[in-house]
Design a protein around this ligand. Structure first.
Ligand SMILES: Nc1ncnc2c1ncn2[C@@H]1O[C@H](COP(=O)(O)OP(=O)(O)OP(=O)(O)O)[C@@H](O)[C@H]1O
Ligand SMILES: [Mg+2]
Length: 257
Protein backbone atom coordinates (compact mmCIF):
# COMPACT_ATOMS: atom_id res chain seq x y z
CA UNK A 1 0.00 0.00 0.00
CA UNK A 2 1.33 3.40 -0.89
CA UNK A 3 1.69 6.29 1.53
CA UNK A 4 -1.00 8.92 1.06
CA UNK A 5 0.27 11.18 3.82
CA UNK A 6 3.94 11.93 4.40
CA UNK A 7 5.14 14.27 7.10
CA UNK A 8 8.83 14.90 7.72
CA UNK A 9 10.36 17.15 10.35
CA UNK A 10 7.20 19.24 10.22
CA UNK A 11 7.15 22.33 12.41
CA UNK A 12 4.66 25.06 13.14
CA UNK A 13 5.41 28.03 15.32
CA UNK A 14 2.75 30.46 16.57
CA UNK A 15 3.83 34.01 17.37
CA UNK A 16 1.39 35.90 19.56
CA UNK A 17 1.41 39.31 21.17
CA UNK A 18 1.49 38.99 24.94
CA UNK A 19 -0.47 42.02 26.07
CA UNK A 20 -2.15 45.16 24.74
CA UNK A 21 0.26 47.46 26.56
CA UNK A 22 3.67 45.80 26.34
CA UNK A 23 2.98 44.29 22.87
CA UNK A 24 5.75 41.82 23.68
CA UNK A 25 5.92 38.92 21.24
CA UNK A 26 5.83 35.37 22.44
CA UNK A 27 6.49 32.34 20.30
CA UNK A 28 5.40 28.75 20.76
CA UNK A 29 6.54 25.74 18.74
CA UNK A 30 3.16 23.97 18.66
CA UNK A 31 4.45 21.26 16.30
CA UNK A 32 8.15 20.78 16.93
CA UNK A 33 9.43 18.52 14.12
CA UNK A 34 7.25 15.48 13.60
CA UNK A 35 7.56 12.54 11.20
CA UNK A 36 4.87 10.06 10.24
CA UNK A 37 3.28 8.48 7.24
CA UNK A 38 -0.18 7.08 6.60
CA UNK A 39 -0.91 4.25 4.18
CA UNK A 40 -3.80 4.23 1.76
CA UNK A 41 -6.94 2.68 3.25
CA UNK A 42 -5.92 2.73 6.89
CA UNK A 43 -7.39 4.41 9.95
CA UNK A 44 -4.62 6.41 11.57
CA UNK A 45 -5.01 7.90 15.03
CA UNK A 46 -3.20 10.99 16.27
CA UNK A 47 -3.43 10.99 20.06
CA UNK A 48 -2.13 13.48 22.57
CA UNK A 49 -3.05 15.60 25.56
CA UNK A 50 -4.83 18.96 25.22
CA UNK A 51 -2.51 21.39 23.47
CA UNK A 52 -0.18 18.65 22.15
CA UNK A 53 -0.42 19.89 18.57
CA UNK A 54 -3.00 17.58 16.97
CA UNK A 55 -5.33 20.20 15.50
CA UNK A 56 -2.36 22.27 14.33
CA UNK A 57 -1.04 19.20 12.49
CA UNK A 58 -4.43 18.49 10.91
CA UNK A 59 -4.79 22.12 9.81
CA UNK A 60 -1.46 21.87 7.97
CA UNK A 61 -2.51 18.59 6.36
CA UNK A 62 -5.81 20.00 5.12
CA UNK A 63 -4.15 23.09 3.60
CA UNK A 64 -5.59 25.57 6.11
CA UNK A 65 -2.34 26.46 7.86
CA UNK A 66 1.14 27.00 6.44
CA UNK A 67 3.94 24.99 8.04
CA UNK A 68 6.89 26.90 9.47
CA UNK A 69 9.19 24.24 7.94
CA UNK A 70 9.36 20.59 6.97
CA UNK A 71 7.56 18.32 4.56
CA UNK A 72 3.76 18.08 4.61
CA UNK A 73 2.59 15.97 1.67
CA UNK A 74 -0.89 14.63 1.00
CA UNK A 75 -1.49 12.38 -2.02
CA UNK A 76 1.96 13.32 -3.22
CA UNK A 77 1.33 17.06 -3.17
CA UNK A 78 2.74 19.75 -0.91
CA UNK A 79 -0.28 20.91 1.09
CA UNK A 80 0.90 24.51 1.09
CA UNK A 81 2.43 25.02 -2.37
CA UNK A 82 0.00 22.72 -4.19
CA UNK A 83 -3.08 23.25 -2.02
CA UNK A 84 -5.43 23.44 -5.02
CA UNK A 85 -4.40 19.93 -6.12
CA UNK A 86 -5.11 18.54 -2.64
CA UNK A 87 -8.37 20.25 -1.67
CA UNK A 88 -10.75 18.47 -4.03
CA UNK A 89 -9.44 15.07 -3.00
CA UNK A 90 -9.75 15.40 0.78
CA UNK A 91 -12.26 16.63 3.32
CA UNK A 92 -12.50 17.11 7.06
CA UNK A 93 -14.86 17.00 10.00
CA UNK A 94 -14.17 18.90 13.20
CA UNK A 95 -16.07 17.56 16.20
CA UNK A 96 -18.27 19.87 18.22
CA UNK A 97 -18.19 22.61 15.61
CA UNK A 98 -20.95 23.75 13.34
CA UNK A 99 -19.94 23.11 9.78
CA UNK A 100 -23.53 22.92 8.58
CA UNK A 101 -26.43 25.38 8.31
CA UNK A 102 -29.00 25.17 11.09
CA UNK A 103 -31.76 26.85 9.09
CA UNK A 104 -31.60 24.29 6.30
CA UNK A 105 -32.63 20.65 6.26
CA UNK A 106 -29.98 17.91 6.10
CA UNK A 107 -30.86 17.32 2.45
CA UNK A 108 -30.57 20.99 1.52
CA UNK A 109 -27.28 21.25 3.40
CA UNK A 110 -25.83 18.38 1.40
CA UNK A 111 -27.14 19.72 -1.91
CA UNK A 112 -25.62 23.11 -1.05
CA UNK A 113 -22.20 21.63 -0.22
CA UNK A 114 -22.36 19.46 -3.35
CA UNK A 115 -22.77 22.69 -5.32
CA UNK A 116 -19.62 24.12 -3.76
CA UNK A 117 -17.75 21.15 -5.25
CA UNK A 118 -19.51 21.74 -8.57
CA UNK A 119 -21.45 18.50 -8.23
CA UNK A 120 -24.79 19.26 -9.87
CA UNK A 121 -28.20 17.92 -10.89
CA UNK A 122 -28.84 14.19 -10.71
CA UNK A 123 -25.33 13.46 -9.51
CA UNK A 124 -25.77 15.84 -6.54
CA UNK A 125 -29.15 14.26 -5.70
CA UNK A 126 -27.78 10.73 -5.95
CA UNK A 127 -24.79 11.54 -3.77
CA UNK A 128 -27.00 13.32 -1.20
CA UNK A 129 -29.40 10.37 -0.88
CA UNK A 130 -26.50 7.92 -0.64
CA UNK A 131 -24.94 9.89 2.20
CA UNK A 132 -28.22 10.42 4.07
CA UNK A 133 -28.55 6.65 4.03
CA UNK A 134 -24.96 6.06 5.15
CA UNK A 135 -25.34 8.32 8.20
CA UNK A 136 -28.90 7.12 8.88
CA UNK A 137 -30.57 10.49 8.53
CA UNK A 138 -33.06 9.58 5.80
CA UNK A 139 -36.10 9.82 8.08
CA UNK A 140 -35.08 13.26 9.38
CA UNK A 141 -33.68 14.55 6.10
CA UNK A 142 -36.35 17.22 5.55
CA UNK A 143 -36.28 18.61 9.07
CA UNK A 144 -34.33 21.76 9.83
CA UNK A 145 -30.95 21.00 11.38
CA UNK A 146 -31.81 23.26 14.32
CA UNK A 147 -34.20 20.54 15.49
CA UNK A 148 -31.46 17.87 15.46
CA UNK A 149 -29.64 16.33 18.42
CA UNK A 150 -25.87 16.67 18.72
CA UNK A 151 -25.38 13.14 17.40
CA UNK A 152 -27.55 13.80 14.35
CA UNK A 153 -25.64 17.00 13.61
CA UNK A 154 -22.36 15.17 13.93
CA UNK A 155 -23.56 12.50 11.49
CA UNK A 156 -24.62 15.21 9.09
CA UNK A 157 -21.16 16.78 9.38
CA UNK A 158 -19.67 13.42 8.37
CA UNK A 159 -22.01 13.28 5.37
CA UNK A 160 -20.94 16.84 4.50
CA UNK A 161 -17.31 15.73 4.80
CA UNK A 162 -17.92 12.96 2.28
CA UNK A 163 -19.83 14.96 -0.30
CA UNK A 164 -16.87 15.25 -2.66
CA UNK A 165 -16.09 11.54 -2.29
CA UNK A 166 -12.70 12.32 -0.72
CA UNK A 167 -9.84 9.85 -0.80
CA UNK A 168 -8.81 10.93 2.68
CA UNK A 169 -11.03 12.23 5.45
CA UNK A 170 -9.56 14.04 8.44
CA UNK A 171 -11.61 13.93 11.64
CA UNK A 172 -10.69 16.01 14.65
CA UNK A 173 -12.46 14.54 17.70
CA UNK A 174 -15.44 13.27 15.69
CA UNK A 175 -17.19 11.66 18.68
CA UNK A 176 -16.71 14.46 21.20
CA UNK A 177 -19.86 15.06 23.26
CA UNK A 178 -21.76 12.09 21.84
CA UNK A 179 -23.51 9.50 23.99
CA UNK A 180 -22.26 5.88 23.75
CA UNK A 181 -24.89 5.02 21.13
CA UNK A 182 -24.13 8.03 18.96
CA UNK A 183 -20.38 7.48 19.30
CA UNK A 184 -20.83 3.84 18.38
CA UNK A 185 -22.84 4.70 15.28
CA UNK A 186 -20.11 7.08 14.25
CA UNK A 187 -17.43 4.46 14.72
CA UNK A 188 -19.46 2.11 12.52
CA UNK A 189 -19.52 4.78 9.82
CA UNK A 190 -15.75 5.19 10.12
CA UNK A 191 -15.33 1.42 9.69
CA UNK A 192 -17.58 1.50 6.63
CA UNK A 193 -15.40 4.23 5.14
CA UNK A 194 -12.34 2.07 5.63
CA UNK A 195 -14.18 -0.88 4.03
CA UNK A 196 -14.79 1.35 1.01
CA UNK A 197 -11.05 1.94 0.76
CA UNK A 198 -10.94 5.44 2.18
CA UNK A 199 -8.13 6.63 4.40
CA UNK A 200 -9.11 8.18 7.72
CA UNK A 201 -6.91 10.26 10.00
CA UNK A 202 -8.57 11.00 13.30
CA UNK A 203 -7.88 12.45 16.70
CA UNK A 204 -9.71 11.38 19.82
CA UNK A 205 -9.32 11.61 23.58
CA UNK A 206 -11.08 8.28 23.99
CA UNK A 207 -8.37 5.65 24.19
CA UNK A 208 -10.71 2.68 23.83
CA UNK A 209 -12.08 4.22 20.65
CA UNK A 210 -8.58 4.63 19.22
CA UNK A 211 -7.76 1.06 20.20
CA UNK A 212 -10.92 -0.27 18.50
CA UNK A 213 -10.60 1.73 15.32
CA UNK A 214 -7.01 2.51 14.45
CA UNK A 215 -4.57 0.47 12.41
CA UNK A 216 -1.72 2.74 13.45
CA UNK A 217 -1.41 5.37 16.15
CA UNK A 218 1.04 8.22 16.69
CA UNK A 219 1.21 9.74 20.15
CA UNK A 220 2.14 13.40 20.16
CA UNK A 221 3.39 15.09 23.31
CA UNK A 222 4.32 18.76 23.53
CA UNK A 223 4.63 19.00 19.76
CA UNK A 224 6.75 15.88 19.28
CA UNK A 225 5.83 12.33 18.41
CA UNK A 226 6.89 10.13 21.30
CA UNK A 227 5.73 6.79 19.85
CA UNK A 228 4.01 5.38 16.81
CA UNK A 229 2.97 1.84 16.05
CA UNK A 230 -0.05 -0.44 15.91
CA UNK A 231 -2.19 -0.31 19.07
CA UNK A 232 -1.03 -3.82 19.94
CA UNK A 233 2.66 -3.05 19.54
CA UNK A 234 2.32 0.17 21.55
CA UNK A 235 0.97 -1.93 24.42
CA UNK A 236 3.74 -4.52 24.06
CA UNK A 237 6.40 -1.81 23.98
CA UNK A 238 5.12 0.62 26.60
CA UNK A 239 2.44 -1.08 28.71
CA UNK A 240 3.24 -2.46 32.16
CA UNK A 241 1.39 -5.67 31.33
CA UNK A 242 2.57 -6.03 27.77
CA UNK A 243 -0.16 -6.91 25.28
CA UNK A 244 -2.68 -7.04 28.14
CA UNK A 245 -2.19 -3.35 28.96
CA UNK A 246 -4.72 -0.75 27.93
CA UNK A 247 -3.95 2.03 25.50
CA UNK A 248 -4.78 4.46 28.29
CA UNK A 249 -1.90 3.04 30.35
CA UNK A 250 0.42 3.49 27.38
CA UNK A 251 -0.80 7.06 26.91
CA UNK A 252 -0.33 7.95 30.58
CA UNK A 253 3.15 6.44 30.56
CA UNK A 254 4.25 8.37 27.47
CA UNK A 255 2.61 11.72 28.25
CA UNK A 256 3.18 12.06 31.98
CA UNK A 257 6.07 14.55 31.87
N1 LIG B 1 -3.90 30.32 16.54
C1 LIG B 1 -3.08 30.08 17.55
N2 LIG B 1 -2.25 31.05 18.03
C2 LIG B 1 -1.41 30.78 19.04
N3 LIG B 1 -1.27 29.60 19.65
C3 LIG B 1 -2.06 28.60 19.21
C4 LIG B 1 -3.00 28.78 18.15
N4 LIG B 1 -3.64 27.60 17.94
C5 LIG B 1 -3.12 26.73 18.83
N5 LIG B 1 -2.18 27.33 19.59
C6 LIG B 1 -1.39 26.68 20.64
O1 LIG B 1 -0.66 25.61 20.02
C7 LIG B 1 -0.61 24.47 20.90
C8 LIG B 1 -1.18 23.28 20.16
O2 LIG B 1 -2.59 23.50 19.96
P1 LIG B 1 -3.53 22.46 19.21
O3 LIG B 1 -4.85 23.09 19.07
O4 LIG B 1 -2.83 22.03 17.97
O5 LIG B 1 -3.58 21.27 20.25
P2 LIG B 1 -4.47 19.97 20.28
O6 LIG B 1 -3.53 18.81 20.41
O7 LIG B 1 -5.39 19.96 19.14
O8 LIG B 1 -5.26 20.13 21.65
P3 LIG B 1 -6.77 19.71 22.06
O9 LIG B 1 -6.70 18.25 22.42
O10 LIG B 1 -7.05 20.55 23.26
O11 LIG B 1 -7.68 20.01 20.91
C9 LIG B 1 -1.37 24.87 22.15
O12 LIG B 1 -0.43 25.29 23.12
C10 LIG B 1 -2.23 26.02 21.72
O13 LIG B 1 -2.48 26.90 22.77
MG1 LIG C 1 -7.47 19.98 18.95
Amino acid sequence: MKNVIEVKNLKREYVTTKGWISRKKESLMAVAGIDFSVKEGEIFGLLGENGAGKTTTIKMLITLLAPTSGVCNVLGYDTFKEADKVRGQINFVFGGEMGVYRRLSARDNLLYFAGLYKIKGEEAKRRTEELLKLVELEAASDRLVETYSKGMIQRLQIARGLINNPKIIFMDEPTVGLDPLGANMLREIIRKLKAEGKTVLLTTHYMQEADDLCDHIAIIHKGKIVAQDTPKQLKVRFGKNGADSTLEEVFLCLCKS
